[in-house]
Design a binder for this molecule. Structure first.
Ligand code: NOJ
Ligand code: CA
Length: 723
C-alpha cells in the first residue's frame, strides 16, 4: 500500500512538472488558443480555434551552418555529436521562462482601407535554454482574435553572436487534406496564376502550375509560396504567411504530403546558405490567420499589426496617387521602351543617340508624354508614369551586363526639364521609372544621384523594377541580400521624400505600416499578363486573400479595350475580363496607388464607363466586406476618406454571380444616389466583354440591391449623398 502511495505521489509530481512545461495563451475573445511545450527537448506548439485543432503539434527551431557557430565549443569537442549540437537550434532545449502580456491599441495608418486599426493581442514569450551549448533563444507568440503570429528572437550572448542559418525548421501541421489556393515554390517570382487543389494534390499539379525557370528547379515539387490560403472541409479559412520581412530570406513552405505538415523553406543565397544573423536579432513573424468566414480574412489586419509603427516622422509628403502612364503601349507591343533598334556600344551617358536611327516606336517622346499629361490634367489624375525615358533599353536584361541603366540620362527625345515643367503647370506630376534589370549593385551605386535627380525635377514617386536574374549572380529576388537591397532603396527614398512602388520585388509582408512611402508593389501577376497571353478570371478574386495580405498591389487595372489587336496589331492576346469587372478592381483590390492602365484614346471611346475610374478614391475611411469566397467572388464597400460617398465593387471568377448587397452601411435616414455600372445580361469575358449598362437609382440604408455579374465580370457602384 505504501509503495502504491509513493508511486501515486511520484506520478502526481511528474504530471505536475509536465503540466508546468505546457504553456498556453488565448486570443482576447478566447476563441483561439496556442499551446506551447518542450517535448523530448524539442519546442512544440499547436493552435486550436473554437475548440478544434487547426495546427496540430508542430516543431519549432532552426539548423545552423556548423562553421558559423561557436568556435571554442568545437575546439573542446570535435565529435560528430558536438557538430550536431552546434548546428542545432531545434533540440536540447529546456523551458527557462514563460512571460505573458497583453496589448490593445488603436493606430491610424497614413493611408489605408480604414482610418482606425485595432491591434489587440495576448502574448506569450518563452525563453528556451540549451544547457549543453550554453545558448538561449526566445519564441514570442501573439494571439489575436483572427490568428497567431510568432517569431524567434536571438538575444546577444557569449555563444550566439554571428551565425548562419542552414534552414529554418518551423512546422505547420495541418489536420486535414484542406483545399489550398497555391503558387508553386520559386525563389524569384509570384507572377503566376493560382492553382486550387487539395493539399495532397500539390506535387501532381506542380509542373502544370509553374512556368519553368531556373530558380524553381531547386524546389521540391511540394513547395508552395505564401501567403497561402486554405479552407477546411468544415469551412475554416487558414492562411499562412509572414510579417515584417527584414534582413532575412523570404519563407516558402514545403509540404509533407503524407503527414500534411508544412515546414518552412527559406530562400538560399549563392552558396546555398539561408540567413546571416548577428545577435541581437530576430526572424520575421510567422503568421497563421484562422477565421470561419472568408470575409474576415479580407478584414484581418494581423500582418500590418505585427509590423512596427511608422518610422517616418513627417509623413505629410506621402499621398495616395491615381495615375495614368506611358506604359500599356509598350506592354502590348504598340510602342517601344527603346529609342533605336541599333545596339549602342558605348557607355551610357556617352553615347550620341542622335547619331543612331530612331525606331519610330519610342513611346517616351516629348509629344506623346505631353498628350498623356494633358489627358491626366483634363481628367483629374495626379501623375503620369513614363517608362523608357532613359538610355539603355536597347539591350536591357538577360545578358549579364552589370551596367545597363544609370537612371539619370534621358533619351534625346525626352526633355526632362520641359516635360516636368509642363506637367507641374497643369497640376500633374511625372512618375519616375527605374528599371534595374535586376542589376541591384548597379542600382545601389546610382541611387543617390537618381533620387537627387528626382528631387531636382519635382518627381515624388518612383516605380522600380527587377526584371531578369539578379546580378550579382546566384542571388535571388527573395533572398536576404535582395530583401536588404529593397529595404535600403526604400529607406533612402524616405530621406528624399520619395514614394516607392517596387515591381518584381519580394512579395510584401506589411512593411508599409513602418514605411508608408512603400505605396505599392507588384510582386504578383498583374494586368501586364493580359497582354502576354492572358490571365484567367478568378485571379483577382484570390489576390485579396493572398498577395494583398502583405500590402497593396500596383495591379494596374482599368482596361476597357479587351481586343488588343485593335491598336497593337501583332498582339493576339485578349484581356480576359469584362469592362465592369475592370472597374470593380479599384474597390476590390485595395491600393493607395491605382493606375488607369489603358490608353487615353480607349478611355475617350467610353467616357461613361471611364467616369467611375475618375470618381473612385484611392484612400478610405472604412471598408465593409460584403461577400467573399477565394477565387470565386469578392464584394466590398468602402467609404471615401474625408467625404461621404461610398463605392462598391464586385468581381467574379469563371462563373457568373448573383450578388445581394444590403446598403445598411449608409447613414440611417440619409438619401443617396447610386450609379451602377453593371455587366449587360449577355456580357461574358470571352465573347462579349464590352457590354455594360449604367443606371442610376435612389437608395438609402434600407435598400437591398440584387445585381448580376457575368462570368469573368463584376460591377462597380458609386453612391453619393443627395444634398
Ligand atoms: C515589368 C513590370 O511589371 C512592368 O510594369 C514594366 O513595364 C516592365 N517590367 C519594364 O520595366
Ligand atoms: Ca512584372
Amino acid at each position: 500500500m505504501k509503495t502504491l502511495n509513493t508511486l501515486l505521489c511520484l506520478v502526481l509530481v511528474l504530471t505536475g512538472l509536465r503540466a508546468m512545461a505546457v504553456e498556453s495563451v488565448s486570443s482576447p475573445n478566447g476563441e483561439i488558443t496556442l499551446t506551447f511545450d518542450v517535448r523530448g527537448s524539442r519546442p512544440v506548439y499547436n493552435v486550436a480555434f473554437k475548440g478544434k485543432t487547426i495546427v496540430a503539434d508542430s516543431h519549432l527551431g532552426l539548423r545552423l551552418v556548423r562553421e558559423s557557430s561557436r568556435g571554442d565549443f568545437a575546439n573542446f569537442d570535435t565529435s560528430t555529436d558536438a557538430s550536431v549540437a552546434i548546428r542545432s537550434l531545434y533540440d536540447g532545449f529546456e523551458l527557462a521562462r514563460a512571460e505573458r502580456s497583453s496589448f490593445d491599441e488603436t493606430w491610424h495608418p497614413v493611408w489605408g482601407e480604414e482610418r482606425d486599426i485595432r491591434n489587440h493581442y495576448n502574448e506569450l514569450a518563452v525563453t528556451l535554454k540549451q544547457p549543453r551549448q550554453d545558448r538561449s533563444i526566445i519564441v514570442r507568440f501573439r494571439v489575436y482574435d483572427d490568428g497567431v503570429g510568432f517569431r524567434y528572437e536571438f538575444p546577444q550572448q557569449k555563444y550566439l553572436n554571428y551565425f548562419v542559418i542552414e534552414e529554418e525548421l518551423t512546422e505547420f501541421a495541418m489536420t486535414g487534406d484542406h483545399i489550398a489556393w497555391w503558387l508553386g515554390g520559386d525563389y524569384d517570382t509570384q507572377e503566376y496564376e493560382y492553382t486550387r487543389s487539395r493539399l495532397s494534390e500539390i506535387s501532381r499539379l506542380f509542373d502544370a502550375a509553374i512556368t519553368p525557370n531556373s530558380s524553381q528547379t531547386q524546389f521540391s515539387k511540394t513547395g508552395v509560396q505564401t501567403s497561402l490560403q486554405m479552407k477546411t472541409d468544415d469551412g475554416i479559412y487558414i492562411n499562412l504567411h509572414e510579417a515584417a520581412l527584414i534582413d532575412y530570406p523570404c519563407m516558402s513552405l514545403n509540404l509533407n504530403e503524407k503527414t500534411l505538415t508544412f515546414t518552412s523553406w527559406l530562400t538560399p543565397d549563392a552558396k546555398g546558405h539561408k540567413g546571416y544573423m548577428q545577435t541581437p536579432c530576430h526572424t520575421p513573424w510567422r503568421t497563421i490567420q484562422i477565421v470561419d468566414d472568408a470575409r474576415e480574412i479580407l478584414a484581418s489586419r494581423l500582418i500590418l499589426n505585427l509590423n512596427e509603427p511608422c518610422k517616418i516622422e513627417d509623413t505629410s509628403w506621402i499621398r495616395p496617387v491615381k495615375y495614368v502612364g506611358v506604359w500599356w503601349q509598350m506592354i502590348t507591343g504598340a510602342g517601344s521602351w527603346a529609342y533605336t533598334d541599333e545596339l549602342p556600344s558605348v557607355k551610357l551617358g556617352q553615347t550620341d543617340y542622335r547619331a543612331l536611327r530612331p525606331n519610330g516606336k519610342h513611346s517616351a517622346n516629348n509629344e506623346n508624354v505631353k498628350r498623356y499629361i494633358d489627358f491626366a490634367a483634363r481628367h483629374g489624375f495626379d501623375q503620369v508614369l513614363v517608362e523608357g525615358w532613359n538610355e539603355g533599353w536597347e539591350d536591357w536584361f538577360g545578358n549579364s551586363k552589370d551596367y545597363v541603366f544609370d537612371f539619370v540620362t534621358p533619351y534625346p527625345d525626352f526633355d526632362i526639364k520641359a516635360l516636368n515643367d509642363y506637367a507641374h503647370e497643369r497640376g500633374v506630376r511625372l512618375m519616375m521609372h527605374h528599371e534595374t534589370s535586376s542589376s541591384a549593385r548597379n542600382y545601389e551605386r546610382h541611387l543617390e544621384q537618381a533620387y537627387s535627380l528626382m528631387n531636382r525635377y519635382g518627381y515624388n514617386s518612383v516605380k522600380s523594377g527587377y526584371v531578369g536574374d539578379i546580378i550579382p549572380r546566384g542571388e535571388h529576388h527573395y533572398g536576404q541580400w535582395m530583401v536588404n537591397h529593397y529595404q535600403y532603396a526604400l529607406e533612402l527614398a524616405a530621406k528624399h521624400h520619395i514614394m516607392v512602388n517596387g515591381h518584381e520585388a519580394v512579395r510584401p509582408t506589411g512593411l508599409c505600416r513602418t514605411w508608408p512611402n512603400l505605396i505599392g508593389n507588384e510582386s504578383a501577376r498583374g494586368t501586364e499578363y493580359q497582354a502576354f497571353g492572358g490571365t484567367q478570371p478568378g485571379h483577382t478574386a484570390i489576390l485579396p486573400f493572398t498577395r494583398l495580405q502583405g500590402g497593396p498591389m500596383d495591379y494596374t487595372p482599368g482596361i476597357v479595350e479587351m481586343n488588343l489587336s485593335t491598336f497593337a496589331p501583332d498582339n493576339k492576346s485578349r484581356v480576359l475580363s469584362t469592362i465592369c469587372g475592370q472597374l470593380a478592381l479599384y474597390v476590390t483590390l485595395y491600393s493607395p496607388l491605382q493606375m488607369a492602365a489603358d490608353l487615353p484614346e480607349n478611355y475617350e471611346k467610353r467616357p461613361d464607363a471611364f467616369q467611375f475610374i475618375k470618381d473612385v478614391p484611392v484612400d478610405w475611411e472604412r471598408s465593409v466586406y460584403l461577400e467573399a469566397e477565394p477565387m470565386e467572388y469578392v464584394t466590398i464597400a468602402r467609404k471615401q476618406r474625408g467625404g461621404d460617398a461610398w463605392f462598391v465593387g464586385n468581381v467574379t471568377g469563371k462563373s457568373a454571380f448573383d450578388s445581394t448587397v444590403r446598403l445598411d452601411f449608409l447613414d440611417k435616414g440619409r438619401k443617396y444616389e447610386a450609379t451602377i455600372y453593371a455587366d449587360a445580361k449577355d456580357a461574358h469575358y470571352l465573347n462579349n466583354p464590352h457590354a455594360y449598362v449604367i443606371s442610376k437609382k435612389k437608395v438609402d440604408a434600407k435598400t437591398v440591391l440584387r445585381l448580376h455579374s457575368a462570368a469573368g465580370g463584376g460591377y462597380a457602384i458609386s453612391i453619393k449623398p443627395i444634398k
